[in-house]
Design a protein around this ligand. Structure first.
Ligand code: SAH
Length: 216
């Protein structure tokens, strides 16, 4: 069973991620390692390596593998960074980040999801992850500045606290748009209050709910 999931996973990396243009070798390596099927309910595990998003409970979803890869590559991590993630969800993206950065801080607003992700990441021995329950649109000032910030829910605009908590040269990866469709946008911090924007194309995410996001 384990081997069957692993061979599906390796095939996913080739056909859905590498063949579509993701080149960062450390991204590809992380996707080969993290057992995506374990982040899903048992009934959904047979579909874990398919080319689409899946429900994770509480009306939330785990993104399609390619989108997780695209967002991760857009952070341009070298392995030495502190990374902040908003929207822990299942913890799958968190696990990928844990393979690629020095330390991962992740915030989730729904306690039951945060607790499940915490337990699984502990079981998988990702010791460089700290999860907090709360409103991630306000960032996590205590450990800032971050080399990268990734938001896995859709926002009407880039939350100001997240831009503030980036280090110079750091990158904020976030879906920006309305509740039905968004663009994946990267804000690169070039200096105090100076940001360059890059657009990575259309995506669709659940809503980012909080003080600097959508109202509940
Ligand atoms: N990266 C996740 C995707 C989760 S979906 C995964 O790999 O499974 C988006 C998540 O963002 C949901 O769990 C939702 O509860 C959470 N979320 C929405 N608004 C938030 C906020 N303001 N702060 C923290 N988490 C938030």
């Amino acid at each position: 069973m384990q081997n069957e999931q692993e061979s599906k996973r390796l095939q996913m990396v080739e056909t859905q991620i590498r063949d579509r243009g993701i080149k960062d070798r450390r991204v590809l390596e992380a996707f080969r390692k993290v057992p995506r099927h374990l982040f899903l309910d048992e009934a959904l595990r047979p579909q874990a390596y398919e080319d689409h998003p899946l429900p994770i409970g509480e009306k939330q979803t785990i993104s399609q593998p390619y989108i997780v890869a695209l967002m991760t590559e857009a952070l341009r991590l070298t392995g030495h960074e502190k990374v902040l993630e908003i929207g822990t969800g299942s913890g799958y993206q968190t696990g990928i980040l844990a393979q690629m950065a020095e330390q991962v801080y992740s915030i989730e607003r729904i306690p039951s999801l945060a607790k499940r992700a915490r337990k699984l990441l502990d079981d998988l021995k990702y010791t460089n992850v700290i999860i907090n329950i709360g409103d991630g649109t306000q960032g996590w000032k205590e450990y800032s500045p971050y080399g990268g910030i990734i938001v896995t829910a859709a926002a009407p605009e880039a939350p100001d606290p997240l831009l503030q908590q980036l280090e110079t040269g750091g990158r904020l990866v976030i879906p920006i748009g309305d509740e039905f469709q968004q663009d994946l946008v990267v804000y690169v911090k070039e200096g105090e209050d100076r940001y360059r924007e890059e657009n990575y194309g259309g995506v669709r995410f659940v809503k980012l709910i909080g003080k600097h996001g959508w109202k509940d």
